[in-house]
Design a protein around this ligand. Structure first.
Ligand code: HEM
Length: 348
């Protein structure tokens, strides 16, 4: 992960020395590269397989966020057959399945020829053949686990880094304070390592504030009540679909002073964290269903932001100011607009 982020700053972003960088697009590519390396042990060719996988994941998420009337009124499920929704779902599932099938076959072939690689897919394939595991892991389960990780991980991580850069552009004094902290912690050298970010407390407060205001899963994942329950005077029947509004919880004036303000310093005086123990801040959910990827996501976000600030000065094009940035959110917790910035290399 560290090398991919470093390479991203050293070579990928430097090819735009004068014109604006579409940072949002670059961050999607960065997170996909990291996940492909972790899951499959290699990056996909940019422009070829990588773009196709990216497009399939975007379509998958779009379908996931589409209102399917049959989910809510079962007698109207036929509508999805008429309006093309079912056909889109089938096409997307078939394409993803074929892509993962190809990668799995390549891994099986490679494991026969060379056994010095270890990535998540290798581990899952090894578990399939391990009788001591005690659970039968089918080929479909392996594909589902990989898909789960890509969908839950890539979209959320790049959305948070994107929002962080937006807030830092809007608040130049905060950006300067984070950069000063990064420069102090690194002193010499260019590549930032996980140990380096341990001491970057202000950066961590900034990320916490970004997650409070812009949780990438604003409604977490849907739940269903398993039995009838009374909650704050309301009777909830069993089998009811329940959404938890983490976005509103993060902006609740009863928990947060000036909740709409981006103010990372608030965390100097309050010990509220996002790990699921403090219910005022639950961008990763809470309880048994909470995000299993939190310990992968947080160092990646910290490393990416620290590296972007260490390697570049960032400005809006054409003398625009942060105040002019559009802060509208899409349905999925992403910012609606793409972030276009001028990146001036700092380290030669
Ligand atoms: C900033 C980054 C991330 C955020 C904010 C986030 C947040 C969440 C949330 C809110 C949920 C649902 C929890 C609930 O409903 O209580 C979830 C589920 C999940 N997350 Fe993350 N996540 C992030 C990154 C990741 C990463 C990097 C991975 C994988 C490496 C990952 C893997 C998963 C998986 C597999 C689930 C589904 C669990 C289930 O099916 O119950 N997440 N995440």
């Amino acid at each position: 992960m560290i090398h991919i982020i470093y390479e991203f700053c050293k070579s990928k972003l430097k090819i735009f020395p004068t014109g604006p960088v579409n940072l949002s697009e670059a961050l999607v590519a960065l997170t996909n590269d990291v996940f492909c390396r972790v899951a499959f042990g290699r990056k996909f060719n940019r422009g070829g397989d990588a773009n196709r996988l990216q497009a399939m994941l975007v379509e998958f998420l779009d379908l996931l966020g589409t209102f399917d009337v049959g989910d809510f009124i079962p007698s109207l499920a036929w509508v999805s057959g008429l309006n093309g929704f079912n056909a889109r779902v089938r096409k997307n599932v078939e394409e993803l399945d074929a892509c993962f099938e190809r990668v799995i076959e390549e891994h099986i072939q490679c494991r026969r020829d060379c056994d010095d690689r270890e990535n998540i897919l290798d581990v899952l394939l090894a578990l399939q053949n391990d009788p001591s595991v005690g659970v039968a892991l089918s080929r479909d389960s392996v594909k589902a686990l990989i898909l789960d990780m890509f969908v839950a991980g890539t979209e959320s991580v790049h959305a948070v880094i994107d929002w962080a850069m937006v807030e830092l552009i809007k608040h130049p004094e905060t950006m300067k304070a984070v950069r000063d902290e990064v420069d102090r912690s690194i002193e010499t050298g260019e590549m930032i390592k996980e140990d380096d970010i341990e001491t970057m407390n202000y950066l961590k407060m900034v990320v916490r504030e970004v997650l409070r205001l812009h949780p990438p899963f604003p409604l977490l994942l849907p739940r269903e009540s398993i039995e009838e329950v009374e909650l704050f005077g309301h009777n909830l029947p069993s089998k009811m679909r329940i959404f938890i509004n983490a976005w509103a919880i993060g902006r609740d004036p009863e928990s947060w002073e000036d909740p709409e303000e981006f103010y990372p310093e608030r965390f100097t005086n309050i010990a509220v964290d996002f790990k699921g123990k403090d219910f005022e801040l639950i961008p990763f959910g809470a309880g048994r269903r909470s995000c299993p990827g939190i310990h992968f996501a947080t160092p990646m976000i910290d490393l990416a932001i620290a590296s972007l600030l260490r390697h570049f000065d960032w400005d809006l094009p054409e003398g625009r100011t942060g105040e002019e940035l559009d802060m509208d959110e899409g349905t999925s917790g992403h910012r609606k607009s793409r972030l276009l910035l001028i990146a001036k290399p700092r380290l030669g």
